[in-house]
Design a protein around this ligand. Structure first.
Ligand SMILES: Cc1cc2nc3c(=O)[nH]c(=O)nc-3n(C[C@H](O)[C@H](O)[C@H](O)COP(=O)(O)OP(=O)(O)OC[C@H]3O[C@@H](n4cnc5c(N)ncnc54)[C@H](O)[C@@H]3O)c2cc1C
Length: 405
């Protein structure tokens, strides 16, 4: 039987691969989509806690890390929120903008994003090969896999990163890129919980509070975030930690000594907190401190920190100004050593990938004509907040259909 010939084979039917295939097929490019899983796009389904944070109003180059600033700029300049919204509108999806700039599908259901992308693939009659195993691509772009083969004039690698292997994350696209002579910037887990052996983490595992978290590398403050903070048996997590974890991954990977300082009283400065706590003291009522403090902050956290201050048996009347100040200092500047990040299984993305200095402004390989890269397989990594999906869509928009015939 004769091999089917396509203008382009898109490898990976996730975020960037689906959009690439749709955009090219709409321009008349004969495209095939190949996916290793039964259903691609599992990260879309799991994203944003099932809501899919699809983009961010505040997107700028500052939200990304990668080797090739020029390429990043070109990708972002070629895209806009309006263009992204128009594309998704054309599928039947509407956007809703949250006050913090995050953008979601109006349904607030990640499944509607994947379902509509897949419906468009179907409408455009793009052949979708799923559960593709042992994929091999030779230098003439003959594509072989268990039970099938095809030939493509161009290859678009959209296989994503090794993050979240349970959702399709893998190194396989990077191996293909390597076989065409590309250098890979070693992927490291990013947007990921952090590991700490500081005693408090194990002791308070499961306790979630609001806090301000400041991240330090070699004693220098690198980043700070406010929001949910979660103690776990391996270390720390919660949105505040995940939000700063990309910078933490980079610092830890370069061997820097890292710690965080957590402020459990971050809504007030020290003087305001002192004034507030003094105003709450009632020596006639004279509650045990554990009850007195447990009324305004998580009681397990209050008990643990009071014990560290040797105040576990103290009462309101025991708190003089000096002790109050020491208490505030302890609750506002709690140091937790950070030793590592958790592994890829727990990461939303990977930092690293195909060295973007080896990719031209059309997303084409500088090493092999006709080979293209979109999405997270490149070394670009974005902050949390919709920036990684935005890069997936934006890099697909950068493909120029005219080059594929
Ligand atoms: C739990 C979780 C939540 C997230 N939430 C958000 C969020 O709310 N907002 C945001 O911006 N980002 C989020 N992300 C990150 C976002 O999902 C990724 O950055 C984005 O999906 C990358 O798109 P991609 O097309 O490069 O890769 P993917 O979407 O991962 O797609 C790659 C596809 O290629 C397939 N594949 C891999 N290897 C092969 C192969 N050899 N042959 C064929 N197919 C292959 C995979 O199965 C997959 O379907 C989240 C990630 C995770 C894990």
């Amino acid at each position: 039987m004769q091999k089917k010939i396509f203008d382009a084979a898109v490898i990976g039917a996730g975020a960037s691969g689906l959009v690439s295939a749709i955009l090219l097929a709409r321009e008349g490019v004969k495209v095939a989509l190949l996916e290793s899983q039964k259903r691609g796009g599992k990260k879309i389904l799991a994203s944003g806690n099932g809501h899919c944070n699809i983009a961010n109003e505040k997107v700028s180059a500052k939200n990304y890390y990668g080797a090739n600033a020029g390429l990043l700029k070109a990708v972002l300049n070629n895209c806009s929120l309006e263009k992204t919204e128009r594309f998704f509108n054309s599928l039947g999806l509407e956007f809703v903008k949250k006050s913090d700039g995050k953008i979601f599908p109006k349904s607030m259901q990640a499944s509607s994003v994947l379902n509509l992308l897949e419906a468009e693939v179907k409408r455009l009659k793009i052949p979708l090969y799923s559960e593709v195993k042992n994929l091999k691509i030779d230098k003439n772009f003959n594509v072989c896999f268990e039970g099938g083969e095809l030939k493509a004039k161009n290859i678009i690698l959209a296989t994503g990163s090794p993050a979240a292997p349970q959702l399709g994350g893998s190194f396989s696209g990077l191996e293909i890129a390597k076989s065409f002579g590309h250098n890979i910037i070693k992927p490291i887990p990013a947007l990921v919980p952090l590991i700490s052996s500081t005693e408090i983490c194990k002791r308070l595992a499961g306790v979630k509070v609001k806090a301000k978290v400041r991240f330090f590398a070699d004693g220098k403050e690198i980043s700070s975030k406010e929001g949910d903070f979660l103690f776990t048996k391996y270390g720390v997590s919660g949105l505040s930690v995940l939000d700063l974890s990309l910078k933490a991954s980079l610092a830890l990977n370069s061997g820097r000594k890292c710690h965080i300082i957590v402020d459990f009283f971050y809504d007030k400065n020290k003087d305001e907190q002192l004034f507030y706590l003094k105003s709450r003291l009632n020596t006639k009522r004279n509650l045990p401190l554990s009850l007195w403090l447990g009324a305004i902050i998580n009681s397990k956290l209050a008990d643990y920190l009071l014990k560290e201050l040797n105040l576990q048996n103290a009462k309101e009347s025991d708190l003089n100004s000096k002790k109050l100040k020491a208490l505030i200092e302890h609750f506002k500047n709690y140091k937790i050593e950070i030793e590592a990040t958790r592994e890829f299984k727990y990461a939303e993305i990977a930092y690293g990938g195909v060295n973007s200095k080896e990719i031209d402004l059309n997303m084409q390989s500088k090493k092999k004509k006709g080979l293209y890269f979109v999405g997270e397989i490149t070394d670009f990594a974005g902050d949390r907040g919709g920036y990684n999906f935005y890069f997936a869509w934006a890099s697909a928009f950068k493909l120029d259909a005219k080059r594929f015939f």
